[in-house]
Design a protein around this ligand. Sequence first.
Ligand SMILES: Cc1cc2nc3c(=O)[nH]c(=O)nc-3n(C[C@H](O)[C@H](O)[C@H](O)COP(=O)(O)OP(=O)(O)OC[C@H]3O[C@@H](n4cnc5c(N)ncnc54)[C@H](O)[C@@H]3O)c2cc1C
Ligand code: SF4
Length: 495
Amino acid sequence: MADPKGFMTTPRQDWPRRPVEERVRDWDEVYVPGALLPIITEQADRCMDCGIPFCHEACPLGNLIPEWNDLVSREDWRQAADRLHATNNFPEFTGRLCPAPCEAGCVLAINQPAVTIKNVEVAVAEQAWELGFTPPRPPDRLSGRTVAVIGSGPTGLAAAQQLTRAGHTVAVYEKDDRLGGLMRYGIPEFKMEKHHLERRIEQMRAEGTKFRTSTAVGRDVGAAELRTRYDAVVIATGATAWRELEVPGRELAGVQQAMEYLPLANRVREGDLAVSPMSAAGKHVVIVGGGDTGADCLGTAVREGAASVTQLDIYAQPGGERDEDAEPWPTYPKIYRLSAAHEEAGELRTAPAADADARLFAASTLRFTGDADGRVRSLHLVEVDTARRPVEGTQRTLPAELVLLALGFSGPDRGDGLVEQLGLEMEPRGTVARDAGFATNVPGVFAAGDAARGQSLIVWAIAEGRAVAAAVDRHLTGSSQLPAPIGPYDRPMTV
Ligand SMILES: Cc1cc2nc3c(=O)[nH]c(=O)nc-3n(C[C@H](O)[C@H](O)[C@H](O)COP(=O)(O)OP(=O)(O)OC[C@H]3O[C@@H](n4cnc5c(N)ncnc54)[C@H](O)[C@@H]3O)c2cc1C
Ligand code: SF4
């Protein structure tokens, strides 16, 4: 801590976002390029080095936050990069995409704005690349053991990097044509530009990890065959089986799943398509679902030039302050948050029917109606109370030419036959069952990430990847020096 009074003298300052009018005209990240580095040293100095850093506990990776805050405040980027990479394979992903439960657990946040931990993380990550502190780290010697990782999302990539660096020969199988999982075709570029992914994948290739894209295990390669060819298999296939909305009119053309819509927009950015066949341009758009996926649809529809965009959230609008009884510090509270996409929608008034930003809270969809050609034209909704009972007299109709369902995911997609071919036991809620050591019921087969945990976050996915790597390494060699930041049953802090 260069300045022990930093938290008293320096106010919190976040990485500024570009003006809304400017950023909705492109797909680049929303932040002002170059504006983070000049402020971040002072921001890191706000860390009190409080002795019992709850931010460690709140971060599933156990990131050594006060240590790197101190190093950043002294501008010792090399050491900061080492400490950061000691616990996190991909800090440039979490530094952009993580909802930062660490900041909710920051001791300063008891009565002041938290340290900008996520901003410090991304600044260190970027400085590490800029200054050449992230060279490939191939293993000194090979173990002669082989591992197949199925899925190249953050879980699969983290597991593969850890196992490769431990000396095992690792091949990642990915059914999509490009690597990255939901970070590739789900999350839009304005949240994370894809060149960050490419850079890491190049590092992994140079370390010796092999990648097999456009290869669905179960369909293009038999899962049981893969099991016999490799000494161990890691299932990191994510949880992309989407939830449905069973209301009249669901079958109308133009009522789509968010994960049908977002990948097409991302493919336009990748240069695969000139225009998305599902583009929101000129259309009245309604997004059903109030989470991250819905917000990503919102930002995408705004950039595509929608005539209007409204987002429906079935929950009541949360308050601006945490409920100290139900969700006391240092837990991650449900409070009203304004994502970049909501800020854009609010400023541009994309949803004339909504009050502040594009969201209508406590809104439940009753049905869709369409035109003679079977295309959706309207969405009919009703306000609901906290028990989701309709409130009388609150029915209303919104114009809707594109409806995007963003209602979450129930578990892994079973379409490829992987589960059946291996004879995997599943949990009643639809995820892959595993024991306390990440092992499934099939010897030598392990499961990690959203496929086993259920729909989660990138920070949990990386933590799962690191932890499953330690379990696989132990299985292959009898012991392991690899870190395991979480167990399979760990969950976010609650009261
Ligand atoms: C639209 C959207 C936005 C999100 N935004 C955020 C965010 O801002 N911040 C955040 O922290 N989290 C976010 N999340 C959640 C986060 O992306 C996931 O929790 C995380 O990606 C899970 O990682 P994973 O590696 O377990 O699975 P995934 O990322 O889903 O990767 C699984 C991979 O396995 C592949 N696969 C599946 N089956 C097979 C098979 N049979 N053979 C070969 N490959 C296969 C898939 O193609 C995929 O590439 C978002 C999720 C969505 C849907
Ligand atoms: S990964 Fe997320 S929780 Fe952990 S330090 Fe970074 S922003 Fe905080």
